[in-house]
Write a new protein. Structure first.
Length: 65
């Protein structure tokens, strides 16, 4: 069984999860919050993806992609 990070990275690679839109949304049994990171502020260009349980709002994982 895949962990959450592998599921997210695989979905992004297969274009099943679009990370270009910032904000919160539901994705399967998860609530996902996407924040774009800028070099001038974070010293990293990319995205911060926070994953929460859909029903309990419990934080499960934070990814930098």
């Amino acid at each position: 069984m895949k962990n959450i990070k592998e599921k997210i990275v695989n979905a992004i690679s297969n274009k099943k999860l679009n990370i270009d839109q910032e904000g919160e949304r539901f994705w399967y049994n998860y609530k996902i919050r996407i924040t774009k990171l800028y070099w001038t502020r974070n010293l990293f260009d990319g995205y911060q993806i926070e994953v929460y349980d859909k029903y309990s709002n419990k934080h499960l994982e934070t990814l930098i992609y």
